[in-house]
Design a binder for this molecule. Structure first.
Ligand code: BGC
Length: 763
């Protein structure tokens, strides 16, 4: 498509018409100029293509396609190869179904474990989310299908998601809520960005120039196009000015008409419109050019979905090595989810699965000695009589078996797009069931199906807990594989499981009030908070067990001193010390030991991870490369990343709370923070600047009778009399500079002259 040739041929109305979609899933075509329609579909963990009635809430049927593990499960794999394989399968399915863009991945942050859509998001850690999303996008796009990273930005809750104003400070925004988007844009060159429904610091994302132009395009160099979340447009013309390209879904044309009128009355520059038309045409043209003939293989993709699910499950407990089970062990599987598992969340990502495998039938057909009892009835949870009967039946069966495996979890209506949870509890009837079973059967295992953290009050009463998350349609096969040991679990938590909901840092400000939610916890979300507060948690970030064990040694840093512009290479050796093959997720955290008077920082942050597959007795090196961003925080003074001088500990371990190796590097900054000095700057702050220190010393020396010289003429004070040093350290550090005038140690003019001088250099 020759866009520069087409553009002048388009009428104003045609240009405006291209700015919104054709119903729910297509861009508009213009036949006279051979501009075709392109289809977009949800995403992210399966293809939700509607061929009949259309909607964006997962109400109407979509074609059958393979449902892969959802994002919270995928994140637990800590494996970019898993994301790569997923992207490849989905890319091929999209090509066969003539879909040009898949609406995902979602990289919003798990600020609160209550967010109803957490199952669709990766992590509470932006680095991990960015790495995984990037791998997915690269591989999907390598198949010629555009990805669309969403929801830009700070759409981290479902309550009032279409209208709430999110108040986030600049540092927190850049440090926590934007980096995953940034990575996907800069590194994976994603072709689509979906702007969020909510407003950010007072301006709706769909008309937020700071987000859509200043950050996205000017700072990050994004070249793709921006589509609204479905129905996110507020003021369409303002959106055009801000950098919003395509409005979805398309309506009867009223918004397009507003664009036409704004150009006609001169309030909108037609060049702004041309810019977005070009970007939309570029998208359409790329999709058409990248169309490929692919034959999809559902059966193969289904197998892949089950294989990937096996990489995502997290073994939380395994007392007495009860798992893996032996096939000859007489086991009873208890709970509806053993035969009708919960494997995906509700809303726009809801896929019509190709086929769903449940654990009971998978285990049975693999030759395991297993029976089934229902345990609870999801649809009639409130029926007390029925619950009592089902529990009694389960207890009896558990007592007769050698092992009981309870399949528990959150039913569909507990978590979904569209609303947030109000509690981290499992259905009460399930908790009672587990406790009753564990009371009669010491060998009780619990499998949990949930897209986000739940509280497990019975966790010390059972022998093993396997977290299956929402692991897609292959969930049952993967569960059987893990329970019986043909797959060694290797997932780790990409989010903290708190002991109590009230411990979560967003607790006091979630989901907000009066149309606004304030991210008052700042950068301290997830483990960044729990570690700072030294809080005990149910399970920490990065935690997960294996059927084997791993040793860590030989940490090596290729330098002990560096500048913030240098790169640090780190490696360590990991050895499988157990009897079975297994994969270890090796995690690297950076702990800054810098001037505490600067911005408050998390104790440590994840800056690298590697998943390593090891045979028994085998050792391999894990390697990491750390650049400036691994050490930096976002400075609101510089409006940029800043690495303060100091010592940085490099810690490597098996989880955020199981650090096995440590070394450190000293970093020298090549940047200076701008400081604006006022009369009210504290003496403590001022003397960190050598010029400031000299000024204070000289004034004090004169005041205290140590020097008769005029302050201005005096050369630098090399050695300061002890009494003066003491006075500064004991009483003056917190004193505003101006007090030296009040106490007579300085004249007002001297102070002002000094401030003008020093600010010329540093402000
Ligand atoms: C969701 C998006 C989704 C879109 C289209 C919206 O309600 O927030 O994630 O891609 O609908 O279904």
């Amino acid at each position: 498509m020759d866009i520069m040739d087409i553009l002048p041929q388009l009428t104003l109305e045609e240009k405006a018409s291209l700015c919104s979609g054709y119903y729910y899933w297509h861009t508009k075509s213009i036949e006279r100029l051979d501009i075709p329609r392109v289809m977009m579909c949800d995403g992210p963990h399966g293809l939700r293509k509607q061929t009949g009635p259309e909607d964006h809430l997962g109400i109407h049927e979509s074609i059958k396609s393979v449902c892969f593990p959802s994002a919270s499960a995928l994140a637990a794999s800590f494996n970019t190869d898993v994301m790569k394989e997923l992207g490849e399968c989905l890319g091929k399915e999209c090509q066969t179904e003539n879909v040009g863009m898949l609406l995902g991945p979602g990289v919003n942050m798990k600020r609160s474990p209550l967010c109803g859509r957490n199952f669709e998001y990766f992590s509470e850690d932006p680095y991990l989310a960015g790495e995984l999303a990037s791998a997915y996008v690269k591989s999907l796009q390598a198949q010629g299908v555009a990805a669309c990273v969403k929801h830009f930005a700070c759409n981290d809750q479902e309550t009032e998601r279409m209208s709430i104003d999110t108040e986030v400070d600049e540092r927190t925004l850049h440090e926590i809520y934007l980096p995953a988007f940034e990575k996907v844009i800069k590194e994976a060159k994603v072709r689509g960005v979906m702007c969020a429904y909510n407003s950010l610091n007072g301006t709706f994302c769909s008309e937020n120039k700071n987000l859509l132009t200043d950050i996205l395009r000017d700072q990050w160099g994004y070249e793709g196009f921006v589509v609204t979340d479905w129905g996110a447009v507020k003021d369409r013309v303002e959106g055009v000015r801000a950098g919003l390209d395509l409005e979805m879904p398309g309506g009867p044309g009223a918004q397009d008409q507003k664009i036409v009128e704004a150009v006609r009355d001169g309030s909108l520059d037609e060049r702004d419109l041309d810019r977005i038309v070009k970007r939309i045409l570029q998208f359409v043209s790329d999709c058409t050019e990248q169309k490929r003939e692919v034959v999809k293989d559902y059966e193969a993709d289904h197998k892949k979905a089950a294989e990937l699910a096996g990489e995502c499950m997290v073994l939380l407990e395994n007392r007495d090595d009860i798992l893996p089970l032996k096939k000859e062990t007489k086991a009873v599987f208890i709970g509806e989810f053993a035969v009708t598992p919960r494997y995906q969340g509700g809303g726009s990502s809801h896929v019509n699965p190709w086929k769903v495998e449940d654990a009971y039938h998978a285990a049975e057909s693999a030759g395991a000695d297993v029976t089934f009892v229902k345990g609870y009835d999801v649809k009639n949870e409130k029926d007390k009589k029925l619950a009592a009967h089902l529990i009694e039946e389960a207890v009896e069966a558990a007592g007769k078996a050698e092992t009981a495996v309870v399949f528990a979890g959150l039913p569909d209506e507990y978590e979904s797009e569209g609303w947030d949870r109000s509690t981290l509890d499992l259905p009460e009837v399930q908790n009672r069931l587990i406790e009753a079973v564990a009371a009669v059967q010491p060998n009780t295992v619990v499998v949990v199906h949930a897209g986000a953290p739940v509280i497990m009050p019975w966790r010390d009463q059972v022998k093993a807990i396997l977290l299956a998350y929402l692991c897609g349609e292959g969930v049952g096969a993967a569960e059987a594989d893990v329970l019986y040991g043909s797959v060694n679990p290797s997932g780790k938590l990409a989010e903290t499981f708190p002991l109590e909901l009230e411990h979560n840092p967003s607790y006091l400000n979630f989901p907000g009030a009066n149309g606004q939610v304030k991210y008052r916890e700042g950068v301290f979300i997830g483990y960044r908070y729990y570690d700072k507060k030294k809080l005990e948690v149910e399970y920490p970030f990065g935690y997960g067990l294996s059927y084997t064990s791993f040793d860590y040694d030989n940490i090596r840093l290729d330098r002990k001193e560096m500048k913030d512009t240098d790169v640090l290479h780190v490696s360590c050796r990991v050895t499988n010390t157990g009897n079975v093959q297994g994969k270890e997720i090796v995690q690297l955290y950076v702990e800054p030991e810098t001037d505490p008077a600067l911005e408050e920082r998390p104790v440590r942050e994840l800056k690298g991870f590697a998943k390593i597959d090891l045979k028994p007795g085998e050792s391999r090196e894990a390697e990491f490369t750390l650049d400036k961003r691994a050490f930096a925080y976002y400075s609101k003074e510089l409006h940029d990343w800043y690495v303060p001088d100091g010592e940085y500990r490099i810690q490597i371990g098996a989880s955020s709370r199981d650090l096995r190796l440590e070394d450190s590097v000293r970093i020298e900054s090549t940047q200076a923070l701008p400081v604006c000095y006022t009369q009210y700057i504290t003496v403590g702050r001022l003397i960190r600047n050598e010029k400031g220190r000299q000024f204070v010393l000289k004034a004090l020396m004169k005041y205290m009778g140590f020097s008769k010289l005029e302050i201005e003429e005096q050369s630098d004070v090399e050695e300061c009399p002890e009494r003066i040093e003491q006075t500064i350290q004991t009483t003056m550090l917190g004193m505003p500079l101006r007090s030296m005038v009040t106490y007579g140690a300085l004249r007002e003019e001297q102070l002002n002259r000094f401030l003008t001088e020093i600010n010329q250099e540093s402000c």
